[in-house]
Design a protein around this ligand. Sequence first.
Ligand code: NAD
Length: 296
Amino acid sequence: MSTIAFIGLGNMGLGMATNLAKAGHAVRALDLSKDAIEKAVAAGCMEAKGAKDAVSTADVVVTMLPAGKHVRLVYAGDDGVFNYAKPGTLFIDCSTIDVASARDVISQAEARGFEMIDAPVSGGVGGAAAGTLTFMCGGTADAYARAKLVLDVMGKNIFHAGDAGNGQAAKICNNMLLGIHMIGTCEAFNLANKLGLDAQTFYDISSTASGQNWSMTSYCPAPGPVESAPSNRNYEAGFAAAMMLKDLRLAQEAATSARAAIPLGAQAEAIYALMEAAGKEGLDFSGVMKLINGSL
Ligand code: NAD
């Protein structure tokens, strides 16, 4: 069993750290929020008093932070992890951040002789608590092989997407596609409704025809056809529109620097930004249906 420093015990990190502690690892928990630390300690982790205390005895450091600037600060800041980690410590950043920050922090780690991977997740808070997350990893084969032993405790599907930053690339490309087909699915159900087709009838036809897609069959944005979908609970957040918007902004940023044309990704970002402007970004991302049908 290893000593693991876990930094960032929010909605996602708490469940992930809890699973590591349950598996028998010594988990040293660090967060800016006292409340987050208290919950982690109640779940079997040990409180760390600052970065040095968290990482100086750790074999592995896992981070689950909001954005690129937090990841840069936590690893490479004046009081950062790089200053205190012992030689051979493995770093795993599970946050969803911009590809450029991920590549830069990993190259700084490697320049100091450490191994590090980016390993953003999908599966949400439920998947974090249940230990069923999907991890998309970028980094060297050696770093990935070491990290997989830890990731297996927190997830069900673990992928090596290639070099540093490729985990983030896979995550934002997937979520850009998800945002686009969710909006398209909303448009189709709304038009069907206006043309006099009820949601169940359209679902029965389209879910077995060429319009079929995940947003329709697993997460239908029209209430009715898919029992477990947030549309049947007034679009209460499973995956908030705010999180989708974050990922679409990251996709736009990456597309600009890679000079890739993403006209529909850009449009999806603009549409989710309208949900934010209306103060409805806390709804589930399928709640974009309400924007499309005029009921937001
Ligand atoms: P969160 O805001 O609930 O948690 C982030 C935690 O990091 C907070 O507890 C915060 O106090 C802590 N933190 C921030 N700066 C810190 C610092 N300098 N030192 C120590 N702790 C610090 O966010 P979350 O929902 O847990 O998401 C975390 C990451 O996972 C994000 O990058 C998000 O995009 C990604 N993600 C979230 C979900 C989801 O459904 N929530 C799904 C997939 C991926």
